[in-house]
Design a protein around this ligand. Structure first.
Ligand SMILES: [Zn+2]
Length: 74
């Protein structure tokens, strides 16, 4: 019998844009990349893109601008 529970950490310093997956400060009201206001606090994996044109991961995620992105946004 195991009582171990996996609690998701809710206090992340960033929220993720649902439109372009960029991670922005929690206080931000508009996404600096795509100007969207559709954010999610439920995201996983941080990706730092410096040169999108050289990154296979960035290409796979459709990222075209340098920045900080979430790998998965719900
Ligand atoms: Zn965005």
């Amino acid at each position: 019998m195991s009582s171990a529970r996996r609690a998701r950490v809710k206090m992340k310093p960033f929220k993720a844009c649902r439109n372009c997956k960029s991670l922005v400060d929690r206080e931000a009201e508009v996404c600096p990349i795509c100007k969207s206001t559709n954010f999610s606090e439920d995201w996983e994996g941080a990706l730092f893109v410096v040169s999108p044109e050289k990154s296979e991961v960035a290409k796979a995620l459709g990222i075209s601008r340098p920045g900080r992105y979430a790998l998965r946004v719900r």
